[in-house]
Design a protein around this ligand. Structure first.
Ligand SMILES: Cc1cc2nc3c(=O)[nH]c(=O)nc-3n(C[C@H](O)[C@H](O)[C@H](O)COP(=O)(O)O)c2cc1C
Length: 188
């Protein structure tokens, strides 16, 4: 239950997909809907969008490097701070790493520090259809689902690689609606 005297708090973790620009739209809309958003971006995600964009949209610095001076406990602090975590977009690499319990970067450490029985952790996959259908990726998604992670569906259609099929990031409007419903915020 989110206390009524503060805004709902959402942690968005971005991994390195071409669809990072769509996550910016999601963040922008959620901030305008009254949600406090903080972001974590993998180094690959920062190849697609800049820290300035995320900081400008949220009003908070983006966390990326687990070893950044002054933010050494961010993997615990952010895990305690947020009401909901959403990996958006979630790459094949990040999904497979999370399912293996890897904790050698900020996203993995945060996931293990997250009390999954108490607070929701969601992922929104985005990748090429073959990467999505690969047995290892499918096994990882199943494993994450088994421990309580909510795996949002992907959309089908043209993919950035030129192929067609499943694997497109779920349409941003649908992600926004799901988050607003979860956080009990009126849909703008
Ligand atoms: C132009 C480009 C687009 C990419 N898009 C995706 C994508 O949509 N999904 C994905 O799983 N990987 C994608 N990749 C590969 C990932 O960026 C790569 O696996 C990276 O190591 C992921 O790291 P991260 O999970 O730590 O962010 C893309 C790579 C490039 C160069």
């Amino acid at each position: 239950m989110i206390p009524s005297d503060r805004k709902p708090r959402l942690l968005i973790l971005l991994s390195g997909s071409i669809s990072c620009y769509k996550a910016c739209f999601v963040i922008s809309h959620l901030v305008q809907s009254g949600i406090e958003v903080r972001t974590v971006a993998t180094p690959s995600a920062l190849q697609f969008i800049g820290k300035a964009t995320l900081e400008g949209l949220t009003g908070h610095p983006v966390a990326s490097d687990m070893w950044e001076s002054g933010r050494a406990m961010e993997h615990i602090n952010l895990a305690r701070w947020a009401d909901l975590a959403l990996v958006c977009p979630a790459t094949a690499n990040t999904i497979n790493r999370l399912s293996a319990g890897m904790a050698d970067d900020l996203v993995g450490s945060l996931f293990l520090a997250w009390e999954i029985q108490k607070k929701p952790w969601w992922i929104a996959p985005a990748m090429n259809v073959a990467m999505l259908n690969h047995p290892l990726t499918q096994a990882s998604l199943q494993k994450l689902s088994n421990v309580g992670v909510r795996v949002l569906p992907t959309d089908s259609g043209p993919l950035a690689c030129g192929e067609e099929g499943a694997g497109r990031l779920l349409e941003p409007g649908k992600i926004i609606t799901e988050v607003l419903v979860q956080l009990g915020t009126k849909i703008a």
